[in-house]
Design a protein around this ligand. Structure first.
Ligand SMILES: CCCCCCCCCCCC/C=C/CC(=O)SCCNC(=O)CCNC(=O)[C@H](O)C(C)(C)COP(=O)(O)OP(=O)(O)OC[C@H]1O[C@@H](n2cnc3c(N)ncnc32)[C@H](O)[C@@H]1OP(=O)(O)O
Length: 238
């Protein structure tokens, strides 16, 4: 599955819906045992959630958006396929979350790229299931430090903390993700045994999580932080 939503593969409601439909189709295809997620765009795996979906939108629309984010996570984290993230560019926040849902992460060894949960930098708090996914990937203490600082990691740092499993030359990410994943076997009961408690936690709190998100994101102070962050993103470009 090659992500293609220019300019930066931000996860809008529409794009999330497309991703969910694609994953569902592959999941039902009995001939398909594995899924490699990568990006068709240069330099960016995914810029994470589309910030415009969280800025100036109605509570109803925000709720619909959040349900789609949850659905993407539930489908990928609970997938019965072998899943590999071929991270061929930067992958902040929701992009990092998406790659952490996979069984194995291969990243391009380019120091200009970064990956991590940077929500704190936007003045927002990473939801509990983002935190749980990271804890399951890199452990409690690293997650605590990482979330408090909104830390982004270059590929070498990400490998060191176990956020990615393998670094490869940039032009070989696709090759390695198709051929070099001996470490990942066909998902069996162990995958669901390890992930089920985390999945059940969100499933049982899904509606409350949507309500929390909507009331948090529509607060004036949070809208102001997001607006300032958007300005910063645009200025940084000039
Ligand atoms: C205590 C109470 C608890 C209650 C709990 C409730 C829970 C609520 C919590 C809410 C949590 C919400 C979770 C959010 C997770 C996210 O994913 S937020 C998104 C975070 N993403 C980012 O910060 C990425 C920002 N982007 C970048 O760093 C860079 O763009 C890039 C490294 C990805 C790519 O760089 P480059 O190639 O140089 O492109 P740019 O010129 O920067 O960007 C091009 C273009 O795209 C726009 N853009 C970039 N990212 C996004 C995005 N995520 N969404 C929308 N748009 C984006 C950027 O502004 C440029 O636009 P223009 O061309 O200037 O118009």
């Amino acid at each position: 599955m090659s992500l293609q939503n220019p300019p930066v593969n931000s996860l809008s409601l529409e794009f999330l819906t497309d991703i969910c439909i694609s994953v569902e189709k592959l999941e039902m295809d009995k001939t398909c045992r594995g899924l490699i997620i990568t990006s068709s765009l240069p330099k960016v795996f995914s810029a994470g959630l589309d910030i415009m979906e969280m800025y100036g939108k109605s509570p109803e629309r925000c709720g619909e958006f959040w349900r789609a984010v949850q659905e993407m996570w539930l489908k990928l984290y609970g997938s019965n396929m072998v899943t590999i993230a071929a991270i061929n560019g930067s992958s902040p926040a929701g992009g990092c979350l998406m790659s952490m849902t996979c069984d194995y992460r291969i990243m391009a060894d380019n120091p200009r790229y970064s990956i991590g949960l940077n929500e704190t930098q936007l003045g927002i708090v990473a939801p509990f299931w983002f935190k749980d996914t990271m804890t399951n990937t890199v452990g409690h203490r690293t997650t605590e430090l990482s979330l408090q600082l909104g830390q982004m990691y270059n590929p070498a740092e990400a490998l060191k903390i176990g956020l990615v499993d393998q670094l490869v030359p940039e032009d070989q990410v696709s090759h390695y993700s198709h051929t070099n994943h001996d470490q990942v076997t066909t998902p069996d009961r162990s995958k669901s045994m390890m992930r089920k408690p985390t999945i059940d936690k969100l499933t049982s709190k899904r509606e409350a999580d949507i309500q929390n998100f909507v009331s948090f994101i529509t607060k004036d102070s949070i809208q102001k932080s997001i607006g300032m962050y958007l300005e910063m993103l645009k200025k940084r470009k000039r």
